[in-house]
Design a protein. Structure first.
Length: 303
């Protein structure tokens, strides 16, 4: 049963994600799947193959990741996001990016008391988790770094801009939201986990000159999930979640006289499925009849 379900989830991921174009991305760009038993539910998370994408101010279709950004940008009227063609600058290449960590996790995601239990590690060595212990929950660890190509015109003073769309319980995808940890800035690195070089020199914008800028994210969901989500652990009450698909686009931004230039970035995400624990197949249940009857007969005879 679990094997068939795992194959179904993998097939779903393959059908819902465009062909990967991850040539040139350093690190871990391939998706993977993990399955585990939560307290009451079976949990499966499958990450998608990460791909390099360019932002364009004229998206080619509703599913174009550029639309996720433009939709989310409506909540930030003080910012004008433009593509490299509008700004008259060269786009960056996929080789500027390294996916340092990209793995699905289920049931447990914490740093203590057992180091090494699914947590995410920043380039400065810091450990980060959602404090999930033995829960019906799952998500993904994602750590991305950007290093300008030496001798190029790649921007060295940058921000990370991240947008996402999601589908809950098989419903329609949302239109797109800018992913930030504060209403004070649309840029991910303003208040979310990020830094420059291995010392973790945080700031906005990040100085990637001669080093790398990096960001860390741990999207996740619990089988019980209230509107608006939670910062850590799983809630005791809320709406019931049976599945979720979430896609992200993480872009490099650098200011210019034309506006906030979005140079390009990485598309990634995951599929999450909750299901009841495995039970015996219906065809095997009649086989339990004779042994149970014999056991009851012996007990009655002894009495």
């Amino acid at each position: 049963m679990r094997l068939l379900k795992g194959l179904f989830v993998a097939a779903l991921a393959a059908l819902s994600v465009p062909p990967a174009a991850h040539a040139g991305i350093g690190g871990f760009s391939s998706g993977s799947s993990v399955n585990g038993d939560g307290p009451t539910l079976d949990v499966t998370v499958t990450t998608i193959n990460a791909s390099f994408v360019n932002f364009t101010s004229a998206p080619t279709s509703p599913s174009d990741p550029s639309n996720w950004v433009l939709s989310g940008a409506a909540a930030w009227p003080g910012y004008t996001f433009v593509d490299t063609a509008q700004a008259g600058v060269q786009p960056i290449s996929a080789s500027d990016f390294t996916i340092v960590q990209y793995n699905p996790w289920v049931v447990n995601q914490y740093t203590n008391p057992a180091p090494g239990t699914n947590y995410a590690v920043g380039l400065n060595g810091s450990h980060h988790s959602r404090n999930v212990i033995n829960q019906n929950a799952g998500g993904a660890d994602f750590v991305l770094s950007y290093t300008p190509t030496a001798g190029s015109n790649d921007p060295t003073t940058v921000n990370f801009l991240q947008a996402y769309v999601q589908s809950v319980n098989g419903g329609a995808f949302t239109s797109g939201t800018i992913d930030t940890c504060s209403a004070a800035s649309p840029y991910y690195n303003k208040f979310c986990v990020s830094g420059t070089d291995h010392n973790g020199n945080f700031g906005v914008p990040l100085n990637a000159s001669g080093s790398e800028a990096w960001m860390l994210d741990i999207p996740y969901r619990c089988s019980i999930w209230p509107a608006g989500g939670a910062n850590a652990g799983c809630p005791a009450a809320g709406s019931v979640l049976t599945s979720e698909t979430e896609y992200f686009i993480t872009l490099i931004e650098s200011d210019s006289s034309s506006g906030a230039v979005l140079y390009g970035g990485i598309e990634w995400g995951y599929n999450l499925v909750f299901a009841p624990h495995n039970v015996p197949e219906p065809s095997t249940l009649p086989l339990l009849g004779p042994p149970l009857a014999l056991l009851l007969l012996r007990r009655r005879h002894r009495a």
